[in-house]
Design a protein around this ligand. Structure first.
Ligand code: UDX
Length: 444
């Protein structure tokens, strides 16, 4: 089938490349001409494992093309997908729909009879219906409206698209339903394709992300309690996750959720609830608890230095919001590092992919080219993001190279035994009691 996707950000690009890989002819449109040129030459502007290889393949077999010309883009296809950003408005916390609205208004005069316009961008419940009216008031042809939320995790987005748990499509008529069923036919054998109405599809996206954010926040609170009462949160996660009603995923305690979706989507759901007169108290609490957690992360480090990090050098391994991405949006690093800097600490960072985006967001940080280099001469080492390559670093050499070998492990990558055997003098995990070596006993 012929498909046009407007917006070559994370979602638009992954969706476009994966749909091309499944045999469709995809035209991707963006107003950023530099980006289009780079994509035309096969260069992917984001870090997503494997995406560059699939792009090159589908450029070579002419299954995907890129253009900044919206008119040509709209003329190309039966299905037009809108996949531009819906960031939170910093003042109201409501999703800012200016980009989606602008696309709707620009495509309105270009639409042809029988085209289907699909909202892929995560937008508040009611957006697809509103856009239908907005577009219709600026065009004379009949077209169908649909919505098709994405459930792509950064770092495994291609896998999530190619082998989805489910495909959710909201439609208002049979025509759109048939077209979209055909579009997703190549994926149908592996998962359920759920056809529903526009509002329910929009709601599914918010409810799914709010639920996952709640699950993470729940285990994070449990981890606080574990630290106080001497339980081990990883054992607790395993023990409750084995109950199939609960499930083991998204039960890893950590520094608090971040990224481009959970913070924005929980805020949006709370906002929609307030507007609709159905307050989402659980989601509102999740936002509050997660924010509080992020703002308190630095306390674990302060504790190591009796409350003062002035002139201390703190090394960080990983600053992206999770591994296998270069995305820094709402990363916990953006809370803890500035907090420690404001208290006089010097922060040194290594991240396998985060430097490009991170440099502008984390001023006065020293960026290193390797994990070992970052830790050298530091007073404490803090793991914020569990990049797999950190397992390959020699912890013995790391500990020896440090000024004082404190290890703060916000992702529970290691454990007390490993830290002690490697020569660290303290180990501070999440959701377990911290350990500090009895140095006097050791030296006597
Ligand atoms: C998320 C959803 O998973 C995806 O379905 C949606 O469409 C977009 O948002 P993403 O933001 O890429 O995907 O990341 P995800 O892997 O879901 O992690 C989100 C945050 O939760 C990260 O900060 C991560 O570190 C944190 N997290 C996740 C935990 O702290 N513990 C966990 O067990 C899982």
């Amino acid at each position: 089938m012929k498909l046009t996707i407007i917006g070559t950000g994370y979602v638009g690009l992954v969706s476009g490349i994966c749909l091309a890989e499944r045999g469709h002819h995809v035209c991707c449109v963006d107003i950023d001409e530099e980006k289009i040129k780079s994509l035309q030459s096969g260069v992917v502007p984001i870090y997503e494992p494997g995406l560059d290889v699939l792009l090159e393949k589908n450029l070579n077999n002419n299954h995907i093309s890129f253009t900044a010309d919206l008119k040509n883009g709209v003329a190309h296809a039966d299905i037009i997908m809108i996949a531009v950003g819906t960031p939170s408005n910093p003042d109201t916390q409501a999703p800012d729909l200016k980009y989606v609205d602008a696309v709707a208004l620009s495509i309105a005069p270009l639409l042809k009879e029988g085209q289907v316009v699909v909202v892929k961008s995560t937008s508040p419940i009611g957006t697809a219906s509103r856009l239908k009216q907005l577009i219709q008031s600026h065009c004379d042809v009949n077209f169908s409206m649909a919505t098709n939320p994405e459930f792509l995790r950064e770092g495994s987005a291609m896998n999530d698209f190619m082998q989805p748990d489910r495909i959710v499509i909201g439609v208002e008529d049979d025509f759109a339903s048939k077209k979209l069923e055909k579009l997703y036919h190549p994926f149908k054998d592996d998962c359920e394709l759920m056809m529903t109405d526009l509002a329910s599809a929009e709601m599914i996206k918010y409810a799914a992300n709010a639920f996952l954010a709640t699950k993470i926040t729940f285990i994070n609170e449990v981890s606080n309690l574990c630290e106080k009462v001497g339980a081990d949160v990883s054992q607790v996660s395993k023990g409750i996750g084995l109950d199939t009603r609960i499930g083991s995923q998204f039960l890893e305690a950590g520094p608090g959720f971040g990224g481009s979706c959970f913070p924005k989507d929980t805020l949006a759901m709370a906002y929609v609830g307030q507007q609709a007169g159905a307050h989402q108290e659980i989601v509102e609490t999740v936002i509050k608890v997660n924010d509080h957690r992020l703002n308190m992360l630095h306390e674990k480090i302060l504790k190591l230095f009796n409350g003062s990090v002035h002139n201390k050098t703190i090394a960080f391994w990983g600053v992206t919001f999770k591994p296998l991405t270069d995305d820094m949006r709402d990363s916990p690093a953006l809370n803890i590092i500035p907090q420690l800097q404001s208290l006089g600490a010097k922060c040194v960072v290594y991240d396998p992919q985060g430097k490009n985006q991170g440099e502008g967001l984390l001023p006065n940080v020293a960026w290193c080219e390797s994990a070992c280099e970052a830790a050298r001469n530091a007073d404490a080492l803090c793991i914020l993001t569990h990049w797999p390559e950190f397992y390959d670093v020699s912890l013995e050499e790391t500990a020896i190279s440090m000024q004082t070998a404190h290890l703060v492990d916000f992702r529970n990558m290691f454990n007390f035994d490993i830290a002690q055997k490697s020569g660290f003098i303290s180990y501070t995990p999440i959701g377990m009691r911290a350990w500090v070596a009895n140095l006097e006993a050791t030296h006597s």
